[in-house]
Design a protein around this ligand. Sequence first.
Ligand code: PEP
Ligand code: MG
Length: 323
Amino acid sequence: AQKRYASIRDKPAETQCGKRIALMMNAGLMADLPSLAGSGAEGVGLFRTELQFLIRNKMPRRSELSALYARVLDAAQGQRVVFRTLDIGSDKVLPYMKPNDEPNPALGWRAIRVGLDKPGVMRMQLQALLRAAQGRPLSVMFPFVAQYEEFRAARAEMDKALAREVKLGHALPSRMEIGAMLETPSLAYAPKQFFEEVEFLSIGGNDLKQFFFAADRENERVRRRYDTLNVSFLTFLEQIIRRCEETGTNLSFCGEDAGRPVEALCLAAIGIRTLSMRPASIGPVKHLLRRSDLGEVKTVIEEARDRGEESVRGAVMDYLRSA
Ligand code: PEP
Ligand code: MG
């Protein structure tokens, strides 16, 4: 499939109306790294660090992790890589950790909740990231932040890790940005101060949609029941976009929907400017974006909403077929 899109691989995802959309890739394994060059991705918008923990039978050591992270940064050749700290629990259970017996794992002790309650592993990971960067820029993102306080506490851990590196006389990253994933509806309504403080936000559409519609992403019976292009969900996303615009917060979208061309087009039309997806999706998404006028798509979306349609998908598909 990548061959088909080879002619646009090194061209920007620039729409007919002149808007530039940054297309980044999701990764997590060393096997993903060749795609950085092969797909035309503008860096890694989501590096799922838990995959390195999941493929082992014991907890990786800090030195091992920092060597891995350094290899990722080497492969990116100066392009941005957003490392998401350990997102375990729920569907991702480490084989060498005692499973929590929880009635609702998706709503349970997972991701940043584990990182803050038992900070040992997160501290080790933050240190490994700092060691890997050594004079290069570093982007770190905390998963599943549900309220401002969790972000502040996680950021304080990073400050402590930095202070430790300074004390040890190690080189620090040349630049640091600390962000959060927006995966629970609560965070969309966090105080303005949160939006001002966080350096970037990435919408984790898989989880955000699951909680917005109260429909388990792992449950085949319900997971496709609600359309991402449902008017309620798009309206909610628009609110998030508006809040980020008001505070100048960098916003991206990194759930699976970013890699579906029609969904990606609608996300761009409502104002998302950075999308992160699996590498094979970059070609098809770029192809559609380059042919499209976002203003026209936005009008199609608004008209469908005004007509009271549940989802804008039908209207957007009709428009694409006629355009
Ligand atoms: C998401 O929730 O959309 C996301 C990108 O994270 P994950 O799929 O790893 O939960
Ligand atoms: Mg998630």
